[in-house]
Write a protein that binds this ligand. Structure first.
Ligand SMILES: C[S@@+](CC[C@H](N)C(=O)[O-])C[C@H]1O[C@@H](n2cnc3c(N)ncnc32)[C@H](O)[C@@H]1O
Length: 193
């Protein structure tokens, strides 16, 4: 895929052969972010922590699910490249150069995804979750991607204990342990009232 060099950048993304797999995986994220007793979202707004240089998650949440998205990344290069790719595809969203462990969460954010590689170990991922949980509105949800089984060789593990959930004022909504063809697992948490 060469979005930046393409004559029709949006079509270039649409033809990406892994897009259907991403869409299926992200539908699971969306299910947990919106279902299982979640309050109805009239204007869903996703904070994508670790949006990266190829922000497929952001692309799908905007183009398929109708979300507003704020992209966050510690790497200015990844953020700038991601912004350029999205804008070439006609998607204009907010971008913040920050760590998830320090980012300010807007009052309009309803949903957060913490990318599998946002945080290189459980401690760093917990710092991100703690910061976000401290600012999220009650009922807001955080989807944390993490490695499980053999995938821990690629992605850090991050399953929160009951004590960690209590400390951060969140509760576990559900989790998705992936079949072989998906890269990482998902744990979804809700900010308590
Ligand atoms: C491989 S990429 C993106 C993932 C992918 N685009 C997706 O849809 O899940 C992971 C990104 O996380 C960023 N990152 C790592 N630690 C972070 C942190 N503490 N806060 C925000 N971004 C972080 C990295 O700079 C990198 O660009």
């Amino acid at each position: 895929m060469n979005v930046l060099g393409a004559l029709d950048p949006k079509n270039e993304i649409e033809q990406y052969d892994l897009l259907p797999r991403y869409e299926k995986f992200l539908a699971t994220d969306r299910f947990f972010l919106e279902q299982c007793g979640a309050p109805e979202l009239s204007s869903p707004h996703l904070l994508m922590v670790g949006s990266g240089p190829l922000p497929i998650s952001s692309y799908v949440f905007v183009s398929r699910f109708g979300y507003k998205v704020t992209n966050v990344d510690t790497s200015s290069e990844a953020l700038e490249t991601g912004k350029e790719i999205l804008e070439h595809a006609g998607i204009f969203q907010a971008h913040q150069h920050a760590s998830g462990a320090e980012v300010q969460v807007g009052a309009n954010v309803t949903s957060v995804i913490v990318a599998a590689l946002a945080g290189t170990n459980k401690e760093e991922k917990l710092a991100i979750i703690k910061n976000i949980a401290g600012q999220l509105q009650p009922g807001g949800r955080i989807s944390v991607r993490y490695g499980t089984g053999i995938r821990k060789l690629f992605y850090p593990d991050c399953v929160l204990s009951d004590a960690e959930c209590e400390e951060y004022g969140i509760r576990r909504i559900g989790s998705f342990e992936p079949p072989r063809d998906y890269m990482n697992a998902i744990g979804v948490y809700e900010k308590c009232t």
